[in-house]
Design a protein around this ligand. Structure first.
Ligand code: CA
Length: 552
């Protein structure tokens, strides 16, 4: 690649005009006041979805439910989050405000549930609003006629729910319980919809969040199959930047044997004490209903026995490969339950004759590392966690089978739903309506945002990813670490020409040939900060890169 072409590629996106909301005369002609079914999973990466190519295991992973949405609606290929972590992402989705503006930037904070959200605005305009599944905002849901949400992170088996404020524990697997609940709510909402009361139903799955406990029917999925190892599974974490060495999300070092990998710790290490998370697994196993307990144990028994026998002679690389297989399969099995649910919800909409009047969205609260760079977890601005799956079916508006490269964000759900419902989008919402993109695909990109702003605020929290912000265009990405010092004494930077380096393996921040691109991207970062009124960073926070932190 030449300096000129990389510069042009990255700067071409910056020339696009400022984004605007669609004019009133561009309102969709589909059903006025459509129903909304918003399905969001937790930590579902695009590489685990077949309509995105299932890059983690092409030809092995099949997600027919989500694929149906892609066939009948629009697939967003560059949709991304503003902050790749669970609670904050949910707060952005509800408020259409970046984390600094909605006040919920880290998982250890509490969402101010008195603030404006799209469910409140829909409800005030006559929609019936409901949410089932994971909530994870610390404060209770507000703006819903009915809410039935997991307590905290929620358990995979026999989870406890808060139903309009009352605790109830249900027997079964979280994904199937949430799905059954979604179907029951749809049945109930259908009658009102036929009589002129549209609804917005939010279905938030816990899966495939850590610690990846599949339901009984998926325990045998991928038996005898080898999931391909990502080419970067054994990458030196500091290869791209010293920031990479600070994380604690490595498959080889940080995944726990019992809690994450389902191998009884004492069988591998009879003389050692379990770590905290491995001790926690006792509780997780105790929650499994008696009727499913033996099936769960049996699913892992033979492989675990073979591991224990081979363990004394396995080198570190072989252990990592083993961990990757177990981890990737349990993740994909757990995600399969979500796909079953998406397919089942689409079938229910057909059965209830609601499909043509209902917007259906599938997304996740961010992407996920399935072994890329040797990692699990999320948090970074690298595309694997920064990007999220996004499929939208809206008969009469979104072209069936369409795809777009628009830089959509989770900021955009609220303005899209409000505009679809004929409600004025409040001026303080920071997202853009996706309706022009849904209607016209890439032809509407010229009127859409030219770049996206990102900011991750946890620093020494779980997985110890350093705080960073950044800006991405359709061709390049600049990341700036808020607490780490680079070689020149300023903040540590990373620069990638994502158009030619989609896995972001070549950091060009210190490459003299890319100085112009870096300056252009730094200027774009400042424009993005101004666009979203990001507060100035205190001056004295930049520190040298510290020694790597070991995981649990
Ligand atoms: Ca998440």
């Amino acid at each position: 690649m030449t300096r000129l072409c990389t510069l042009l590629a990255a700067l071409s996106a910056l020339a696009a005009p400022a984004a605007t909301h669609a004019a009133p005369d561009q309102q969709p002609r589909a059903a006025a006041r459509p129903n909304i079914v918003f399905i969001m999973s937790d930590d579902h990466g695009k590489q685990a979805i077949s309509c995105y190519g299932a890059k983690a295991a092409p030809g092995v992973v099949s997600t027919p439910g989500i694929d149906r949405l892609a066939r009948e609606g629009m697939r967003f290929d560059r949709a991304c989050v503003t902050n790749a972590i669970c609670g904050p992402s949910r707060a952005v989705m509800l408020t259409s405000k970046h984390s600094h503006a909605n006040g919920f930037a880290r998982n250890d904070q509490r969402f101010d549930n008195t603030q404006q959200t799209f469910p409140k605005l829909l409800r005030a305009a006559g929609y019936r609003t409901e949410v089932v599944g994971k909530w994870h905002l610390e404060s209770d849901p507000t703006g819903f006629d009915h809410w039935d949400v997991l307590v905290g992170q929620g358990d995979y088996w026999n989870p406890t729910f808060l139903v309009n404020g009352t605790r109830t524990t249900r027997e079964g697997h979280a994904t199937d319980l949430i799905h059954a609940n979604a179907l029951a709510r749809l049945e109930s909402l259908a009658a009102g919809a036929k009589q002129g009361t549209p609804f917005a139903l939010l279905v938030h799955h816990k899966a495939p969040h850590r610690n990846w406990m599949p339901c009984e029917r998926h325990l045998g999925l991928f038996a005898g199959v080898t999931i391909p190892e990502p080419s970067t599974l054994f990458l030196d974490p500091a290869a791209r930047s010293p920031a990479g060495a600070l994380q604690a999300m490595q498959i080889d070092r940080d995944l726990t044997w019992e809690y994450d990998l389902k191998v009884p710790f004492a069988q591998l290490f009879p003389d050692r004490k379990k770590g905290n998370l491995d001790q926690w697994m006792t509780n997780e196993l105790a929650r499994i209903p008696a009727g499913a307990r033996e099936a769960v144990a049996a699913a892992y028994r033979a492989e675990n026995e073979a591991l224990v026998a081979a363990f004394p002679t396995m080198d570190a690389r072989a252990q990592t490969s083993w961990k990757f297989q177990r981890y990737a399969k349990d993740y994909l099995r757990t995600a399969q339950g979500v796909d079953d649910s998406v397919g089942g919800i689409l079938d229910a909409l057909d059965r209830l004759d609601l499909a043509k009047d209902t917007i259906v969205v599938y997304t996740s609260d961010q992407g996920w590392y399935l072994g890329e760079y040797g990692w699990y977890d999320k948090r970074w601005m690298y595309d694997t966690s920064f990007q999220m799956p996004l499929l939208v079916r809206w008969p009469g508006v979104a072209a069936a089978g369409g795809a777009t490269k628009a830089l959509a964000q989770n900021l955009d759900f609220a303005p899209t739903f409000l505009e679809a419902a004929g409600i004025k989008v409040p001026a303080d919402m920071q997202g853009e309506s996706l309706i022009p993109i849904l209607r016209d695909g890439d032809r509407a990109i010229a009127g859409f945002r030219p770049s996206v702003y990102y900011r991750f605020e946890e620093s020494k929290g779980p997985h110890t990813v350093p705080r960073h912000e950044g800006v991405a265009t359709d061709g390049a990405k600049l990341i700036r670490y808020l607490d780490l010092k680079g070689k020149d004494g300023g903040p540590l930077l990373e620069l990638y020409v994502t158009r030619f380096d989609p896995m972001e393996l070549t950091n060009l921040a210190d490459d003299p040939d890319h100085e112009g691109l870096k300056e252009g991207m730094l200027a774009e970062l400042e424009r993005a900060r101004a666009r979203y009124a990001v507060p100035a960073e205190p001056a004295a926070v930049v520190a040298p890169v510290a020694a790597p932190v070991q995981g649990e």
